[in-house]
Design a protein around this ligand. Structure first.
Ligand SMILES: Cc1ncc(COP(=O)(O)O)c(C=O)c1O
Length: 292
Protein backbone atom coordinates (compact mmCIF):
# COMPACT_ATOMS: atom_id res chain seq x y z
CA UNK A 1 0.00 0.00 0.00
CA UNK A 2 1.21 3.50 -0.81
CA UNK A 3 -0.20 6.53 0.95
CA UNK A 4 -1.08 9.50 -1.26
CA UNK A 5 -2.37 13.04 -0.89
CA UNK A 6 -5.98 12.07 -1.49
CA UNK A 7 -7.39 9.60 -3.98
CA UNK A 8 -6.97 12.39 -6.50
CA UNK A 9 -3.19 12.17 -6.28
CA UNK A 10 -3.27 8.36 -6.28
CA UNK A 11 -5.42 8.34 -9.44
CA UNK A 12 -3.10 10.82 -11.16
CA UNK A 13 0.02 8.88 -10.19
CA UNK A 14 -1.39 5.48 -11.24
CA UNK A 15 -2.38 6.91 -14.62
CA UNK A 16 1.07 8.47 -15.19
CA UNK A 17 2.69 5.16 -14.17
CA UNK A 18 0.74 3.13 -16.73
CA UNK A 19 -0.39 5.23 -19.68
CA UNK A 20 2.03 6.02 -22.52
CA UNK A 21 1.59 8.23 -25.63
CA UNK A 22 -0.95 6.67 -28.00
CA UNK A 23 -2.45 4.26 -25.45
CA UNK A 24 -6.22 3.95 -25.19
CA UNK A 25 -8.02 3.98 -21.85
CA UNK A 26 -11.62 2.84 -21.40
CA UNK A 27 -13.76 5.03 -19.15
CA UNK A 28 -17.36 4.32 -18.22
CA UNK A 29 -19.44 7.50 -18.36
CA UNK A 30 -20.61 9.22 -16.24
CA UNK A 31 -16.97 9.33 -15.09
CA UNK A 32 -15.31 11.28 -12.26
CA UNK A 33 -13.81 14.47 -13.65
CA UNK A 34 -10.14 13.99 -12.74
CA UNK A 35 -9.63 10.87 -14.91
CA UNK A 36 -9.61 12.35 -18.39
CA UNK A 37 -7.18 15.29 -17.84
CA UNK A 38 -4.63 12.93 -16.25
CA UNK A 39 -4.95 10.48 -19.16
CA UNK A 40 -4.52 13.27 -21.73
CA UNK A 41 -1.49 14.61 -19.89
CA UNK A 42 0.09 11.17 -20.19
CA UNK A 43 -0.57 11.25 -23.96
CA UNK A 44 -3.40 8.71 -23.80
CA UNK A 45 -6.79 8.72 -25.53
CA UNK A 46 -10.04 8.08 -23.70
CA UNK A 47 -12.67 5.76 -25.10
CA UNK A 48 -15.78 6.69 -23.17
CA UNK A 49 -18.68 4.27 -22.98
CA UNK A 50 -21.98 5.64 -21.73
CA UNK A 51 -23.87 3.89 -18.93
CA UNK A 52 -27.54 4.74 -19.27
CA UNK A 53 -30.35 5.62 -16.85
CA UNK A 54 -32.19 4.40 -14.92
CA UNK A 55 -29.86 1.51 -13.91
CA UNK A 56 -26.49 2.64 -15.32
CA UNK A 57 -25.47 -1.01 -15.60
CA UNK A 58 -22.29 -1.75 -17.60
CA UNK A 59 -22.86 -3.69 -20.83
CA UNK A 60 -19.73 -5.84 -20.75
CA UNK A 61 -20.14 -6.96 -24.36
CA UNK A 62 -20.18 -3.32 -25.48
CA UNK A 63 -17.11 -2.66 -23.34
CA UNK A 64 -15.31 -5.71 -24.79
CA UNK A 65 -16.13 -4.47 -28.31
CA UNK A 66 -14.40 -1.17 -27.50
CA UNK A 67 -11.08 -2.88 -26.67
CA UNK A 68 -8.41 -2.55 -29.39
CA UNK A 69 -4.75 -3.51 -29.65
CA UNK A 70 -3.95 -0.05 -28.22
CA UNK A 71 -6.10 -0.43 -25.08
CA UNK A 72 -3.87 -0.48 -22.01
CA UNK A 73 -6.14 0.40 -19.14
CA UNK A 74 -9.75 0.34 -18.00
CA UNK A 75 -10.95 2.53 -15.14
CA UNK A 76 -13.93 1.60 -12.97
CA UNK A 77 -15.54 3.18 -9.94
CA UNK A 78 -17.76 1.28 -7.50
CA UNK A 79 -19.64 2.48 -5.46
CA UNK A 80 -20.11 5.03 -8.19
CA UNK A 81 -20.06 8.80 -8.20
CA UNK A 82 -22.42 10.19 -9.51
CA UNK A 83 -24.94 7.38 -10.12
CA UNK A 84 -24.77 5.75 -6.64
CA UNK A 85 -24.72 2.29 -8.26
CA UNK A 86 -22.64 -0.60 -6.91
CA UNK A 87 -21.05 -3.35 -9.00
CA UNK A 88 -22.53 -6.84 -8.56
CA UNK A 89 -20.29 -9.88 -8.24
CA UNK A 90 -21.06 -10.57 -11.93
CA UNK A 91 -19.67 -7.14 -12.91
CA UNK A 92 -16.39 -7.79 -11.10
CA UNK A 93 -16.13 -11.22 -12.73
CA UNK A 94 -16.80 -9.77 -16.18
CA UNK A 95 -14.13 -7.12 -15.59
CA UNK A 96 -11.67 -9.76 -14.41
CA UNK A 97 -12.27 -11.91 -17.51
CA UNK A 98 -11.97 -8.92 -19.84
CA UNK A 99 -8.76 -7.64 -18.25
CA UNK A 100 -7.18 -11.09 -18.36
CA UNK A 101 -8.22 -11.80 -21.92
CA UNK A 102 -6.83 -8.52 -23.30
CA UNK A 103 -3.98 -8.10 -20.82
CA UNK A 104 -5.33 -4.77 -19.51
CA UNK A 105 -4.38 -2.87 -16.40
CA UNK A 106 -7.23 -1.75 -14.16
CA UNK A 107 -7.62 1.30 -11.95
CA UNK A 108 -10.41 0.59 -9.51
CA UNK A 109 -11.57 3.78 -7.80
CA UNK A 110 -13.13 2.54 -4.55
CA UNK A 111 -13.20 5.76 -2.54
CA UNK A 112 -16.75 5.01 -1.30
CA UNK A 113 -15.87 1.38 -0.50
CA UNK A 114 -17.44 1.44 2.98
CA UNK A 115 -20.61 3.29 1.96
CA UNK A 116 -22.63 0.38 0.59
CA UNK A 117 -26.25 -0.20 1.55
CA UNK A 118 -28.01 -3.37 0.36
CA UNK A 119 -25.25 -5.09 -1.64
CA UNK A 120 -22.27 -6.98 -0.27
CA UNK A 121 -19.11 -4.87 -0.10
CA UNK A 122 -16.87 -6.07 -2.95
CA UNK A 123 -13.86 -4.59 -4.72
CA UNK A 124 -11.16 -5.56 -7.22
CA UNK A 125 -9.00 -7.11 -4.49
CA UNK A 126 -11.68 -9.74 -3.78
CA UNK A 127 -10.81 -11.31 -7.18
CA UNK A 128 -7.23 -12.69 -7.27
CA UNK A 129 -6.67 -12.52 -11.04
CA UNK A 130 -8.06 -8.99 -11.09
CA UNK A 131 -6.01 -7.91 -8.06
CA UNK A 132 -2.83 -8.95 -9.91
CA UNK A 133 -3.36 -6.23 -12.52
CA UNK A 134 -5.16 -3.56 -10.50
CA UNK A 135 -4.39 -0.32 -8.73
CA UNK A 136 -7.11 -0.13 -6.06
CA UNK A 137 -7.50 3.44 -4.91
CA UNK A 138 -9.36 4.64 -1.84
CA UNK A 139 -9.74 7.74 0.32
CA UNK A 140 -9.60 8.31 4.06
CA UNK A 141 -11.36 11.56 3.23
CA UNK A 142 -14.60 9.71 2.43
CA UNK A 143 -14.23 7.11 5.18
CA UNK A 144 -13.41 9.50 8.02
CA UNK A 145 -15.48 12.53 6.93
CA UNK A 146 -12.33 14.56 6.24
CA UNK A 147 -12.28 15.30 2.52
CA UNK A 148 -10.13 18.43 2.87
CA UNK A 149 -7.38 16.52 4.67
CA UNK A 150 -6.50 14.85 1.36
CA UNK A 151 -5.27 11.48 2.48
CA UNK A 152 -5.81 8.43 0.29
CA UNK A 153 -4.00 5.29 -0.74
CA UNK A 154 -3.26 2.87 -3.53
CA UNK A 155 -3.14 -0.89 -3.03
CA UNK A 156 -1.39 -2.74 -5.85
CA UNK A 157 0.89 -5.78 -6.33
CA UNK A 158 4.60 -5.19 -5.65
CA UNK A 159 5.59 -4.66 -9.30
CA UNK A 160 2.80 -2.14 -9.91
CA UNK A 161 3.44 -0.41 -6.57
CA UNK A 162 7.11 0.00 -7.56
CA UNK A 163 6.05 1.84 -10.75
CA UNK A 164 3.48 3.88 -8.79
CA UNK A 165 6.16 5.01 -6.32
CA UNK A 166 8.53 6.13 -9.07
CA UNK A 167 5.93 8.74 -10.05
CA UNK A 168 4.65 9.53 -6.54
CA UNK A 169 8.26 10.32 -5.55
CA UNK A 170 8.20 13.38 -7.82
CA UNK A 171 4.59 14.46 -7.37
CA UNK A 172 4.19 14.96 -3.62
CA UNK A 173 6.89 12.62 -2.20
CA UNK A 174 4.97 12.51 1.09
CA UNK A 175 1.65 13.56 2.59
CA UNK A 176 0.80 15.89 5.46
CA UNK A 177 2.27 14.25 8.59
CA UNK A 178 -0.33 15.37 11.13
CA UNK A 179 -3.16 13.97 9.03
CA UNK A 180 -1.29 10.66 8.87
CA UNK A 181 -1.08 10.52 12.69
CA UNK A 182 -4.79 11.33 12.96
CA UNK A 183 -5.77 8.61 10.49
CA UNK A 184 -3.45 6.10 12.21
CA UNK A 185 -5.20 6.94 15.49
CA UNK A 186 -8.63 6.37 13.92
CA UNK A 187 -7.50 3.03 12.46
CA UNK A 188 -5.90 1.86 15.72
CA UNK A 189 -8.56 2.97 18.18
CA UNK A 190 -11.82 3.65 16.31
CA UNK A 191 -11.91 1.11 13.51
CA UNK A 192 -15.55 0.29 14.39
CA UNK A 193 -16.46 3.64 12.84
CA UNK A 194 -15.60 2.19 9.45
CA UNK A 195 -18.07 -0.66 9.85
CA UNK A 196 -20.78 1.73 11.03
CA UNK A 197 -20.44 3.94 7.95
CA UNK A 198 -22.94 2.04 5.78
CA UNK A 199 -25.70 2.38 8.40
CA UNK A 200 -24.78 5.99 9.11
CA UNK A 201 -25.37 6.99 5.49
CA UNK A 202 -28.27 4.56 4.93
CA UNK A 203 -30.28 6.49 7.53
CA UNK A 204 -29.52 9.77 5.75
CA UNK A 205 -30.42 8.26 2.37
CA UNK A 206 -33.74 6.96 3.70
CA UNK A 207 -34.52 10.27 5.41
CA UNK A 208 -33.90 12.27 2.20
CA UNK A 209 -35.56 9.85 -0.24
CA UNK A 210 -38.64 9.48 1.98
CA UNK A 211 -38.96 13.25 2.37
CA UNK A 212 -38.62 13.66 -1.42
CA UNK A 213 -41.70 11.47 -1.98
CA UNK A 214 -43.70 14.67 -1.37
CA UNK A 215 -42.04 16.26 -4.42
CA UNK A 216 -42.46 15.77 -8.17
CA UNK A 217 -38.86 14.50 -8.47
CA UNK A 218 -38.57 10.82 -9.27
CA UNK A 219 -35.82 9.45 -7.03
CA UNK A 220 -33.59 6.70 -8.48
CA UNK A 221 -32.16 3.88 -6.34
CA UNK A 222 -29.08 4.77 -4.33
CA UNK A 223 -27.12 1.61 -3.51
CA UNK A 224 -23.94 3.26 -2.19
CA UNK A 225 -22.00 6.56 -1.83
CA UNK A 226 -23.72 9.61 -0.30
CA UNK A 227 -25.42 10.63 -3.52
CA UNK A 228 -28.92 10.15 -4.90
CA UNK A 229 -30.09 10.86 -8.43
CA UNK A 230 -33.39 12.55 -9.16
CA UNK A 231 -35.31 12.72 -12.45
CA UNK A 232 -36.93 16.14 -12.78
CA UNK A 233 -38.70 15.59 -16.12
CA UNK A 234 -42.13 16.02 -14.45
CA UNK A 235 -41.06 19.52 -13.30
CA UNK A 236 -39.12 21.13 -16.14
CA UNK A 237 -37.90 20.73 -19.74
CA UNK A 238 -34.77 22.80 -19.00
CA UNK A 239 -31.37 21.20 -19.58
CA UNK A 240 -29.75 19.90 -16.41
CA UNK A 241 -27.14 22.67 -16.13
CA UNK A 242 -29.76 25.44 -16.29
CA UNK A 243 -32.02 23.50 -13.95
CA UNK A 244 -29.23 23.17 -11.34
CA UNK A 245 -28.47 26.89 -11.57
CA UNK A 246 -32.15 27.66 -10.94
CA UNK A 247 -32.32 25.24 -8.00
CA UNK A 248 -29.25 26.81 -6.41
CA UNK A 249 -30.01 30.48 -7.06
CA UNK A 250 -33.77 30.56 -6.64
CA UNK A 251 -34.50 27.68 -4.26
CA UNK A 252 -31.32 27.50 -2.18
CA UNK A 253 -30.62 23.81 -2.82
CA UNK A 254 -27.50 22.84 -4.77
CA UNK A 255 -27.46 19.88 -7.17
CA UNK A 256 -25.01 18.70 -9.82
CA UNK A 257 -26.03 18.13 -13.46
CA UNK A 258 -25.30 14.61 -14.71
CA UNK A 259 -24.33 15.75 -18.23
CA UNK A 260 -20.99 17.17 -17.04
CA UNK A 261 -19.76 13.63 -16.29
CA UNK A 262 -20.35 12.46 -19.88
CA UNK A 263 -18.62 12.89 -23.22
CA UNK A 264 -22.01 12.43 -24.96
CA UNK A 265 -24.79 12.84 -22.39
CA UNK A 266 -27.97 10.77 -22.84
CA UNK A 267 -31.24 12.63 -23.40
CA UNK A 268 -32.36 12.59 -19.75
CA UNK A 269 -33.29 15.13 -17.10
CA UNK A 270 -31.37 13.89 -14.07
CA UNK A 271 -29.45 15.67 -11.31
CA UNK A 272 -27.34 14.48 -8.36
CA UNK A 273 -28.08 15.42 -4.77
CA UNK A 274 -25.65 14.83 -1.89
CA UNK A 275 -27.19 13.56 1.37
CA UNK A 276 -24.05 13.83 3.54
CA UNK A 277 -25.89 16.46 5.64
CA UNK A 278 -27.63 16.75 8.98
CA UNK A 279 -31.17 15.33 9.05
CA UNK A 280 -32.78 18.76 9.47
CA UNK A 281 -30.87 20.09 6.43
CA UNK A 282 -32.15 17.15 4.36
CA UNK A 283 -35.73 17.76 5.49
CA UNK A 284 -35.45 21.50 4.77
CA UNK A 285 -34.05 20.78 1.30
CA UNK A 286 -36.83 18.29 0.51
CA UNK A 287 -39.48 20.76 1.61
CA UNK A 288 -37.97 23.52 -0.61
CA UNK A 289 -37.87 21.08 -3.54
CA UNK A 290 -41.45 19.93 -2.94
CA UNK A 291 -42.93 23.27 -3.99
CA UNK A 292 -41.56 22.85 -7.54
C1 LIG B 1 -15.14 8.88 -7.49
C2 LIG B 1 -14.17 9.74 -6.78
N1 LIG B 1 -12.85 9.47 -6.90
C3 LIG B 1 -11.93 10.22 -6.27
C4 LIG B 1 -12.28 11.29 -5.48
C5 LIG B 1 -11.21 12.11 -4.80
O1 LIG B 1 -11.00 11.73 -3.49
P1 LIG B 1 -9.99 12.54 -2.52
O2 LIG B 1 -10.80 13.62 -1.88
O3 LIG B 1 -9.47 11.54 -1.53
O4 LIG B 1 -8.91 13.11 -3.38
C6 LIG B 1 -13.63 11.61 -5.32
C7 LIG B 1 -14.04 12.78 -4.51
O5 LIG B 1 -15.11 13.32 -4.66
C8 LIG B 1 -14.61 10.81 -5.99
O6 LIG B 1 -15.93 11.06 -5.87
Amino acid sequence: MTLASGATEALFVAIQAIVRAGDEVILLDPAYDSYEPAIKLAGGHCKRIALLPPHYKPDWQQIADAVSSKTRLIMVNSPHNPTATVFADSDWRALEALAEKHNLYVISDEVYEHIVFERERLGANAYPALAERSFVISSFGKTFHATGWKLGYCIAPADLSAEFRKVHQFVTFTSFTLAQYAVADMLNHHSDEVHALGNFYREKRDCFINAMQASRFHMLDSGGTYFALADYSAISDADDLSFCKTLTREHGVAAIPLSVFYETPPDSRIVRFCFAKREQTLLDAASKLSIL
